[in-house]
Write a protein that binds this ligand. Sequence first.
Ligand code: MF3
Ligand code: CO
Ligand code: CO
Length: 324
Amino acid sequence: MKANDPCWCGSGKKFKRCHRNVGATVQQGVISPMRTVPDTIAKPTWADGGDVERWDEPRVKSPEILERMRRTGREAADLLAYLGTLCQPGATTEEIDIACHQGAIERNSYPSPLGYPGPVSPFPKSICSSVNEVICHGIPDDRPLVEGDIVNLDVTLFKEGVHGDTNATFLVGDVDEASRQLVQVTRDCLEKGIEAAKPGNQINAIGRAIQTYAEDRGYGVVRDFVGHGIGEQFHTDLQISHYFHPRLTDVIEPGMTFTIEPMITMGSWRAQMWNDGWTAVTTDLSRTAQFEHTLVINDDGAEILTTPSDTSIHPFWALTTVAG
Ligand code: MF3
Ligand code: CO
Ligand code: CO
Protein backbone atom coordinates (compact mmCIF):
# COMPACT_ATOMS: atom_id res chain seq x y z
CA MET A 1 0.00 0.00 0.00
CA LYS A 2 1.43 3.39 -1.04
CA ALA A 3 1.55 6.46 1.25
CA ASN A 4 -1.21 8.35 -0.58
CA ASP A 5 -3.55 5.39 -1.12
CA PRO A 6 -6.77 5.38 0.91
CA CYS A 7 -6.05 3.51 4.13
CA TRP A 8 -7.03 -0.18 4.25
CA CYS A 9 -9.09 0.45 7.38
CA GLY A 10 -11.79 2.25 5.44
CA SER A 11 -11.43 5.56 7.28
CA GLY A 12 -11.20 7.44 3.96
CA LYS A 13 -7.94 9.01 5.12
CA LYS A 14 -4.64 8.57 3.30
CA PHE A 15 -2.63 5.56 4.48
CA LYS A 16 0.23 7.87 5.59
CA ARG A 17 -2.18 9.91 7.77
CA CYS A 18 -3.85 6.84 9.21
CA HIS A 19 -2.43 3.37 9.83
CA ARG A 20 1.07 3.66 8.31
CA ASN A 21 2.68 4.49 11.61
CA VAL A 22 0.53 2.25 13.72
CA GLY A 23 2.85 -0.42 15.04
CA ALA A 24 2.36 -4.07 15.78
CA THR A 25 -0.45 -4.92 18.20
CA VAL A 26 1.11 -8.27 19.07
CA GLN A 27 4.63 -8.89 20.35
CA GLN A 28 6.52 -12.02 21.23
CA GLY A 29 5.19 -13.11 24.62
CA VAL A 30 6.09 -15.60 27.31
CA ILE A 31 5.53 -19.20 26.20
CA SER A 32 4.98 -21.71 29.01
CA PRO A 33 6.52 -25.22 28.96
CA MET A 34 5.08 -27.84 26.60
CA ARG A 35 2.22 -29.91 27.99
CA THR A 36 2.11 -33.68 27.80
CA VAL A 37 -0.45 -36.09 26.36
CA PRO A 38 -1.09 -39.40 28.17
CA ASP A 39 0.25 -42.53 26.49
CA THR A 40 -3.25 -43.99 26.35
CA ILE A 41 -3.89 -41.63 23.40
CA ALA A 42 -2.59 -42.67 19.96
CA LYS A 43 0.01 -40.12 18.80
CA PRO A 44 1.36 -39.03 15.42
CA THR A 45 5.04 -39.69 14.70
CA TRP A 46 6.17 -36.17 15.71
CA ALA A 47 4.85 -36.43 19.26
CA ASP A 48 7.56 -36.58 21.94
CA GLY A 49 10.34 -35.31 19.65
CA GLY A 50 9.81 -37.55 16.59
CA ASP A 51 9.83 -36.51 12.93
CA VAL A 52 7.02 -36.11 10.42
CA GLU A 53 6.85 -39.35 8.45
CA ARG A 54 5.82 -38.97 4.80
CA TRP A 55 4.50 -41.69 2.48
CA ASP A 56 2.46 -41.94 -0.69
CA GLU A 57 -1.05 -41.71 0.66
CA PRO A 58 -3.82 -42.25 -1.92
CA ARG A 59 -5.59 -38.97 -2.69
CA VAL A 60 -8.89 -40.80 -3.05
CA LYS A 61 -9.88 -42.30 0.29
CA SER A 62 -11.75 -45.53 1.03
CA PRO A 63 -15.27 -45.27 2.52
CA GLU A 64 -13.84 -46.71 5.74
CA ILE A 65 -11.22 -43.91 6.09
CA LEU A 66 -13.89 -41.34 5.24
CA GLU A 67 -16.04 -42.59 8.11
CA ARG A 68 -13.12 -42.10 10.49
CA MET A 69 -12.43 -38.64 9.02
CA ARG A 70 -16.07 -37.64 9.55
CA ARG A 71 -15.82 -38.56 13.23
CA THR A 72 -12.47 -36.86 13.82
CA GLY A 73 -13.54 -33.78 11.84
CA ARG A 74 -16.66 -33.41 13.96
CA GLU A 75 -14.62 -33.65 17.18
CA ALA A 76 -12.28 -30.87 15.95
CA ALA A 77 -15.23 -28.66 14.97
CA ASP A 78 -17.00 -29.19 18.30
CA LEU A 79 -13.83 -28.28 20.18
CA LEU A 80 -13.28 -25.18 18.04
CA ALA A 81 -16.87 -24.04 18.66
CA TYR A 82 -16.32 -24.31 22.40
CA LEU A 83 -12.95 -22.51 22.28
CA GLY A 84 -14.59 -19.66 20.37
CA THR A 85 -16.69 -18.93 23.46
CA LEU A 86 -13.47 -18.30 25.41
CA CYS A 87 -12.36 -15.44 23.12
CA GLN A 88 -13.28 -12.68 25.57
CA PRO A 89 -11.36 -9.62 26.76
CA GLY A 90 -8.84 -10.63 29.43
CA ALA A 91 -8.47 -14.28 28.40
CA THR A 92 -4.90 -15.15 27.41
CA THR A 93 -4.18 -17.27 24.37
CA GLU A 94 -2.36 -19.62 26.77
CA GLU A 95 -5.64 -20.22 28.64
CA ILE A 96 -7.30 -21.04 25.32
CA ASP A 97 -4.42 -23.42 24.52
CA ILE A 98 -4.88 -25.21 27.85
CA ALA A 99 -8.59 -25.59 27.10
CA CYS A 100 -7.73 -26.99 23.65
CA HIS A 101 -5.18 -29.39 25.12
CA GLN A 102 -7.60 -30.68 27.77
CA GLY A 103 -10.48 -30.78 25.27
CA ALA A 104 -8.38 -32.90 22.90
CA ILE A 105 -7.49 -35.35 25.67
CA GLU A 106 -11.13 -35.61 26.81
CA ARG A 107 -11.98 -36.52 23.22
CA ASN A 108 -9.31 -39.22 23.19
CA SER A 109 -7.47 -37.19 20.56
CA TYR A 110 -3.95 -35.86 20.11
CA PRO A 111 -3.74 -32.10 19.37
CA SER A 112 -1.85 -32.36 16.05
CA PRO A 113 0.14 -29.06 16.27
CA LEU A 114 1.85 -30.13 19.52
CA GLY A 115 5.51 -30.85 18.78
CA TYR A 116 5.10 -30.44 15.00
CA PRO A 117 8.61 -29.92 13.60
CA GLY A 118 9.48 -26.45 12.25
CA PRO A 119 12.53 -24.59 10.91
CA VAL A 120 13.59 -23.22 14.33
CA SER A 121 11.88 -25.45 16.88
CA PRO A 122 8.86 -27.73 17.15
CA PHE A 123 5.49 -26.02 17.61
CA PRO A 124 5.23 -25.87 21.42
CA LYS A 125 1.43 -25.69 21.85
CA SER A 126 -1.79 -27.55 21.04
CA ILE A 127 -3.51 -24.79 19.03
CA CYS A 128 -2.44 -21.96 16.73
CA SER A 129 -3.80 -18.59 17.91
CA SER A 130 -3.33 -15.70 15.47
CA VAL A 131 -4.33 -12.22 16.64
CA ASN A 132 -4.94 -9.13 14.42
CA GLU A 133 -1.93 -8.77 12.06
CA VAL A 134 -0.83 -12.38 12.64
CA ILE A 135 -1.70 -14.35 9.49
CA CYS A 136 -1.33 -17.86 10.90
CA HIS A 137 0.65 -20.18 13.21
CA GLY A 138 0.67 -17.77 16.15
CA ILE A 139 1.95 -19.41 19.35
CA PRO A 140 -0.30 -19.11 22.43
CA ASP A 141 1.36 -17.01 25.15
CA ASP A 142 0.61 -14.75 28.12
CA ARG A 143 -0.95 -11.91 26.09
CA PRO A 144 -4.53 -11.21 27.24
CA LEU A 145 -7.03 -10.60 24.44
CA VAL A 146 -8.29 -7.02 24.40
CA GLU A 147 -11.65 -5.63 23.29
CA GLY A 148 -11.56 -5.06 19.54
CA ASP A 149 -9.09 -7.86 18.73
CA ILE A 150 -9.83 -10.48 16.12
CA VAL A 151 -8.36 -13.91 16.85
CA ASN A 152 -8.10 -16.98 14.68
CA LEU A 153 -8.06 -20.35 16.44
CA ASP A 154 -6.80 -23.28 14.36
CA VAL A 155 -7.64 -26.70 15.83
CA THR A 156 -6.36 -29.99 14.43
CA LEU A 157 -7.10 -33.30 16.14
CA PHE A 158 -5.62 -36.75 15.46
CA LYS A 159 -8.01 -39.57 16.33
CA GLU A 160 -8.69 -43.02 14.85
CA GLY A 161 -5.53 -42.58 12.79
CA VAL A 162 -6.70 -39.50 10.87
CA HIS A 163 -6.52 -35.70 11.22
CA GLY A 164 -9.35 -33.15 11.23
CA ASP A 165 -8.20 -29.55 10.65
CA THR A 166 -10.43 -26.48 11.05
CA ASN A 167 -10.13 -22.84 12.02
CA ALA A 168 -12.26 -19.73 12.49
CA THR A 169 -11.72 -16.07 13.34
CA PHE A 170 -13.55 -14.79 16.41
CA LEU A 171 -14.38 -11.23 17.47
CA VAL A 172 -13.28 -10.12 20.94
CA GLY A 173 -16.01 -7.90 22.37
CA ASP A 174 -16.88 -4.86 20.26
CA VAL A 175 -14.93 -4.87 16.99
CA ASP A 176 -14.70 -2.03 14.48
CA GLU A 177 -16.77 -2.21 11.30
CA ALA A 178 -13.77 -2.58 8.93
CA SER A 179 -12.49 -5.63 10.83
CA ARG A 180 -15.97 -7.17 10.94
CA GLN A 181 -16.16 -6.73 7.16
CA LEU A 182 -12.77 -8.43 6.81
CA VAL A 183 -13.95 -11.40 8.85
CA GLN A 184 -17.21 -11.64 6.88
CA VAL A 185 -15.44 -11.49 3.51
CA THR A 186 -12.94 -14.14 4.63
CA ARG A 187 -15.75 -16.45 5.67
CA ASP A 188 -17.41 -15.86 2.29
CA CYS A 189 -14.09 -16.60 0.53
CA LEU A 190 -14.03 -20.04 2.15
CA GLU A 191 -17.60 -20.60 0.97
CA LYS A 192 -16.67 -19.55 -2.61
CA GLY A 193 -13.67 -21.88 -2.54
CA ILE A 194 -15.82 -24.79 -1.35
CA GLU A 195 -18.37 -24.13 -4.11
CA ALA A 196 -15.56 -24.34 -6.68
CA ALA A 197 -14.34 -27.67 -5.24
CA LYS A 198 -16.46 -29.84 -7.55
CA PRO A 199 -15.46 -33.02 -9.36
CA GLY A 200 -14.22 -32.22 -12.87
CA ASN A 201 -12.86 -28.77 -11.95
CA GLN A 202 -9.12 -28.24 -11.81
CA ILE A 203 -7.59 -27.54 -8.38
CA ASN A 204 -6.85 -23.98 -9.55
CA ALA A 205 -10.58 -23.20 -9.78
CA ILE A 206 -10.60 -22.94 -5.98
CA GLY A 207 -7.97 -20.19 -5.81
CA ARG A 208 -9.51 -18.40 -8.78
CA ALA A 209 -12.89 -18.17 -7.02
CA ILE A 210 -11.32 -16.96 -3.78
CA GLN A 211 -8.99 -14.43 -5.38
CA THR A 212 -11.71 -12.93 -7.56
CA TYR A 213 -14.10 -12.54 -4.64
CA ALA A 214 -11.48 -10.98 -2.32
CA GLU A 215 -9.78 -8.65 -4.80
CA ASP A 216 -13.10 -7.38 -6.21
CA ARG A 217 -13.77 -6.11 -2.67
CA GLY A 218 -10.31 -4.59 -2.19
CA TYR A 219 -8.77 -7.33 -0.03
CA GLY A 220 -5.50 -9.23 -0.45
CA VAL A 221 -4.98 -13.01 -0.59
CA VAL A 222 -1.95 -14.46 1.24
CA ARG A 223 0.20 -16.58 -1.08
CA ASP A 224 2.81 -18.07 1.23
CA PHE A 225 0.45 -20.56 2.93
CA VAL A 226 -1.82 -23.06 1.22
CA GLY A 227 -4.51 -25.60 1.92
CA HIS A 228 -3.41 -29.23 1.78
CA GLY A 229 -4.35 -32.83 1.27
CA ILE A 230 -5.15 -34.48 4.62
CA GLY A 231 -6.05 -37.91 5.99
CA GLU A 232 -3.73 -40.30 7.79
CA GLN A 233 -1.13 -37.55 7.28
CA PHE A 234 -1.68 -33.98 8.54
CA HIS A 235 -0.27 -32.51 5.31
CA THR A 236 0.09 -34.51 2.08
CA ASP A 237 1.84 -33.33 -1.11
CA LEU A 238 -1.44 -31.94 -2.53
CA GLN A 239 -1.40 -28.12 -2.36
CA ILE A 240 -4.49 -25.92 -2.53
CA SER A 241 -3.53 -22.37 -3.51
CA HIS A 242 -5.95 -19.63 -2.45
CA TYR A 243 -5.05 -17.45 -5.46
CA PHE A 244 -5.18 -18.49 -9.13
CA HIS A 245 -2.19 -20.69 -9.86
CA PRO A 246 -2.39 -21.80 -13.55
CA ARG A 247 -0.12 -24.82 -13.06
CA LEU A 248 -2.44 -26.51 -10.55
CA THR A 249 -4.28 -28.39 -13.29
CA ASP A 250 -4.93 -31.67 -11.44
CA VAL A 251 -8.60 -32.53 -11.69
CA ILE A 252 -10.72 -32.73 -8.53
CA GLU A 253 -12.12 -36.26 -8.09
CA PRO A 254 -14.73 -37.84 -5.81
CA GLY A 255 -13.11 -39.25 -2.65
CA MET A 256 -10.34 -36.65 -2.43
CA THR A 257 -9.89 -35.00 0.96
CA PHE A 258 -8.20 -31.65 1.48
CA THR A 259 -8.48 -28.38 3.36
CA ILE A 260 -9.34 -24.93 2.08
CA GLU A 261 -8.11 -22.20 4.45
CA PRO A 262 -7.92 -18.73 2.85
CA MET A 263 -6.00 -15.98 4.67
CA ILE A 264 -7.37 -12.58 3.62
CA THR A 265 -5.79 -9.19 4.39
CA MET A 266 -7.01 -5.58 4.57
CA GLY A 267 -3.72 -4.32 3.14
CA SER A 268 -0.68 -6.10 1.74
CA TRP A 269 -0.91 -9.86 1.16
CA ARG A 270 2.82 -10.19 1.82
CA ALA A 271 3.91 -12.23 4.81
CA GLN A 272 6.89 -11.88 7.11
CA MET A 273 8.08 -14.47 9.63
CA TRP A 274 9.06 -13.80 13.21
CA ASN A 275 12.35 -15.32 14.31
CA ASP A 276 10.42 -17.99 16.23
CA GLY A 277 10.05 -19.72 12.85
CA TRP A 278 6.24 -19.92 13.21
CA THR A 279 4.45 -16.59 13.58
CA ALA A 280 3.61 -15.06 10.18
CA VAL A 281 2.48 -11.40 10.12
CA THR A 282 1.45 -9.08 7.30
CA THR A 283 4.39 -6.89 6.21
CA ASP A 284 2.30 -3.70 6.64
CA LEU A 285 0.79 -4.97 9.92
CA SER A 286 -2.70 -4.72 8.43
CA ARG A 287 -5.27 -7.05 9.95
CA THR A 288 -5.89 -10.47 8.47
CA ALA A 289 -8.46 -13.23 8.98
CA GLN A 290 -8.78 -16.93 8.12
CA PHE A 291 -11.37 -19.73 8.06
CA GLU A 292 -10.65 -23.41 7.36
CA HIS A 293 -12.55 -26.62 6.75
CA THR A 294 -11.51 -30.19 5.99
CA LEU A 295 -13.50 -31.46 2.99
CA VAL A 296 -14.26 -34.62 1.07
CA ILE A 297 -15.31 -34.39 -2.55
CA ASN A 298 -18.56 -36.21 -3.33
CA ASP A 299 -20.17 -36.70 -6.78
CA ASP A 300 -22.23 -33.55 -6.33
CA GLY A 301 -19.59 -31.32 -4.69
CA ALA A 302 -17.69 -30.87 -1.44
CA GLU A 303 -18.91 -32.18 1.92
CA ILE A 304 -17.56 -30.39 5.01
CA LEU A 305 -16.05 -32.92 7.42
CA THR A 306 -15.44 -30.29 10.12
CA THR A 307 -19.09 -29.38 10.76
CA PRO A 308 -19.96 -29.00 14.46
CA SER A 309 -22.59 -31.43 15.80
CA ASP A 310 -24.60 -28.45 17.09
CA THR A 311 -26.65 -27.79 13.97
CA SER A 312 -27.49 -24.26 15.16
CA ILE A 313 -23.88 -23.29 14.36
CA HIS A 314 -23.64 -22.16 10.74
CA PRO A 315 -20.95 -24.21 8.92
CA PHE A 316 -19.18 -20.99 7.98
CA TRP A 317 -19.46 -19.74 11.56
CA ALA A 318 -21.14 -16.82 13.24
CA LEU A 319 -19.56 -13.40 13.05
CA THR A 320 -19.81 -12.93 16.77
CA THR A 321 -18.46 -15.27 19.39
CA VAL A 322 -20.27 -18.58 19.08
CA ALA A 323 -23.00 -18.79 21.73
CA GLY A 324 -21.95 -20.99 24.64
N1 MF3 B 1 -3.45 -26.30 11.28
C1 MF3 B 1 -2.49 -25.69 10.40
C2 MF3 B 1 -2.99 -25.91 8.99
O1 MF3 B 1 -4.09 -25.51 8.73
C3 MF3 B 1 -1.12 -26.22 10.54
C4 MF3 B 1 -0.51 -25.93 11.86
S1 MF3 B 1 1.02 -26.69 11.94
C5 MF3 B 1 1.57 -26.13 13.40
O2 MF3 B 1 -2.41 -26.56 8.17
F1 MF3 B 1 2.64 -26.80 13.64
F2 MF3 B 1 1.75 -24.85 13.35
F3 MF3 B 1 0.70 -26.40 14.31
CO1 CO C 1 -4.79 -26.87 7.36
CO1 CO D 1 -5.44 -25.64 10.37
